[in-house]
Design a protein around this ligand. Structure first.
Ligand SMILES: [Zn+2]
Length: 41
């Protein structure tokens, strides 16, 4: 899992690698995640 901070409230979000959108449990804001898997395959 990856830790990502909510842009709105700064709460830590636990997301899976394949996710491209995360929804904050705290402030309910959906945010697009930066390209985490910067495809170096
Ligand atoms: Zn939030």
């Amino acid at each position: 899992m990856i830790e990502f901070k909510c842009k709105a409230c700064g709460a830590p979000l636990s997301i899976e690698k394949h996710q491209s959108i995360a929804k904050c449990e705290y402030c309910n804001v959906s945010q697009t995640l930066p390209n985490l898997s910067n495809s170096k395959i």
